[in-house]
Design a protein around this ligand. Structure first.
Ligand code: SF4
Length: 218
């Protein structure tokens, strides 16, 4: 079952180190309970080869992409997944209803919905990780359109290539916002591991010399 990590919910609500009141704690629990009944998680992903060009561009599926950030993230990968996840329209309905009577309750639905969408992304990530581990591959961190220099316009390509509206009920506004709002698209690269893919790069002794590991600062 999709969960809302309470620490994440508090972080989204702006609590940094401070504790919420008993009343707020109760409101968070109640909103999470309502969300658990209202959400309908759905996701889709596809795996594509990635081709790197000397000018810093990449070909993925039928897209030609220019982004230094994504190039750095995917460098050394032989394949890339395009993924889309959503917790469905129920969260948006609860937010809209709460906005009429209590903005703080609406904010809690916003925060808990985001935490649940994040949890769904983590689960899909894990499913892909297990698949790739069998092939001796490790995964790179998720990289979403709109992050860094990766154009948000790629949302249109995600919609088309993943058939997102049919596969998981996600549509796009003219301003490239996804509906339902608690939806996430991302690239996830897969790179060959020369060591033990099961342990992952973070715990690997070879990491400093490994050209397949990914470090943000590179
Ligand atoms: S750092 Fe280790 S686990 Fe990561 S890809 Fe390299 S060899 Fe594999």
């Amino acid at each position: 079952m999709i969960k809302a990590d309470r620490k994440e919910v508090l972080r989204y609500l702006g609590y940094r180190g401070s504790q919420p009141s008993a009343e707020m704690t109760e409101m968070i629990s109640d909103c999470i309970r309502q969300l658990e009944e209202a959400i309908v998680p759905a996701f889709v992903y596809r795996r594509f080869p990635v081709v790197f060009h000397d000018d810093g561009t990449m070909d993925i599926a039928d897209m030609h992409i220019r982004s230094e950030g994504l190039f750095r993230n995917l460098k050394g990968c032989s394949a890339v997944y395009m993924t889309a996840c959503t917790i469905g329209p129920g969260c948006d309905r609860l937010i809209r209803r709460a906005e009429v009577t209590s903005m703080s309750r609406a904010a809690v639905f916003q925060a808990a919905g985001s935490a649940m969408a994040e949890d769904l992304c983590d689960r899909v990530n894990e499913e892909i990780r297990i698949r790739e581990e069998k092939e001796g591959n490790v995964l790179r961190p998720r990289f979403s359109p709109g992050y860094g220099d990766l154009p948000l316009e790629l949302q249109r390509d995600f919609m088309r290539i993943l058939n997102m509206s049919k596969e998981c009920g996600i549509t796009l506004t003219d301003t490239l916002l996804m509906i339902p709002s608690k939806s996430v698209t991302a690239f996830i690269g897969a790179a060959a591991c020369q060591g033990d893919a099961q342990q992952g790069c973070d715990a690997c002794a070879e990491r400093a010399d490994c050209i397949y590991s990914y470090r943000e600062e590179l």
